[in-house]
Design a protein around this ligand. Structure first.
Ligand SMILES: [Zn+2]
Length: 365
């Protein structure tokens, strides 16, 4: 178990101090880069707010009735709101739709408006034991109508109701939502602290630094990917797909002008297709952007930051680059990133992206 509260101890201490003075905002926006344990932090905070006898530092006791309920996922005063595609439909997200409606369509990668409307009844009925806590993650997965529906609940919730919004793209939230929450910025854990966690958790991991570099210090991502790359039984399906995508990309991208763009498109398509195709395509483009960043750094005479272990190969690739193409390549990736959320032909999309990558090595006219 990783101590995410300890890794973000300043934010935790501030929240506990506010709580002790009865000045904690009823809606917190836990914001920061993806993969640093924001959701884990939110879950610990929810457990602590619901706990009957919190410890002196505010953490949940872990064994009272409330903690037992929360741990089993059955706390009557707790709701977690996430896009359906991110997890199996939980009892929390109960809707009155017939079962067939749920199974016939693609699961949403957005939080649906009826999930948010369902909260109104929950916060208006009396609580079972005092406080009620709602975790919304990721908060940016709400379109404008859904966010507006949430505003009503955010405006004047009854006493004892706590909203914990989790976001790694807080700038994309409606200003009206942001202004009704108090921001709690969470940063990337320090490298020594992250390496310590890595080592303590999994002493046999080969190289914590390798994964922390790849994930820009985002510890949760780094551990998830390391777990998946080493094919451990506890690896999540998402992380296995992501680690496979990175493998597929690197195995071709590092061949430079000899890469097989069509074969790469085919293998990546097999990995991204399904309910989460939009999310996974975006993930793929993110990794391509990181690889391109390293290529640009090496071209400028600097060391690669994300994949430093491939420094020698990057050197070789950089010597054969078309600088004009390279200078326009990032814009193309940004444009591709914008298209990911829209329905598209995945194979054609990938072939186009990788053809542009291959064109980086075409001789200048
Ligand atoms: Zn407790």
């Amino acid at each position: 178990m990783i101590d995410w509260v300890g890794l973000h101890s300043n934010a935790w201490a501030q929240i506990q101090a506010d709580l002790a003075r009865d000045r904690l905002s009823h809606a917190l926006l836990l914001a920061g880069p993806a993969g640093i344990g924001k959701l884990d932090f939110a879950e610990s905070l929810a457990a602590s707010l619901l706990c009957d006898q919190p410890q002196p530092d505010g953490r949940a006791c872990g064994h009272c009735t409330s903690c037992t309920w929360h741990a089993s996922g059955n706390h009557p005063d707790f709701r977690r709101v996430r896009p359906e595609a991110f997890e199996e439909l939980s009892p929390d997200a109960e809707t009155d739709k017939p079962a067939s409606a749920k199974t016939d369509r693609k699961k949403s990668e957005q939080i649906r408006i009826d999930q948010v409307r369902g909260l109104e009844a929950f916060i208006q009925v009396g609580s079972h034991r005092g406080r009620r806590v709602i975790v919304i993650e990721p908060a940016e997965a709400m379109n404008e109508a859904t966010a507006n529906a949430l505003l009503k609940s955010l405006e004047e919730p009854p006493a004892g109701v706590h909203f914990l919004l989790v976001s790694h793209a807080a700038e994309r939230l409606l200003p009206t939502v942001r202004s009704r929450t108090r921001a709690v910025p969470l940063g990337v854990p320090s490298r020594p602290a992250a390496l310590q966690v890595f080592a303590a958790m999994t002493p046999s991991f080969k190289d914590g630094n390798l994964w922390l570099n790849r994930c820009a210090g985002a510890l949760r991502f780094a551990i998830d990917l390391a777990t998946a790359a080493e094919k451990r039984p506890e690896a999540s399906e998402d992380a296995i797909v992501e680690a496979s995508l990175i493998d597929a990309l690197l195995s071709q991208l590092m061949q430079g002008p000899r890469m097989d763009a069509l074969a790469l498109a085919k293998s990546c398509e097999a990995l991204v297709k399904g309910d989460l195709s939009g999310t996974r395509l975006a993930l793929l483009v993110d990794w391509l952007q990181r690889w391109a960043l390293d290529l640009q750094l090496v071209r400028l005479g600097a060391a690669p930051m994300v994949f430093p272990e491939h420094a020698a190969t990057f050197q070789k690739l950089a010597s054969g680059l078309n600088d004009d193409r390279l200078s326009h390549y990032p814009e193309g990736l940004l444009e591709a990133r914008r298209l990911c959320g829209h329905p598209l032909n995945i194979r054609l999309f990938l072939e186009s992206v990788f053809s542009r990558t291959l064109a980086l090595y075409e001789p200048s006219a």
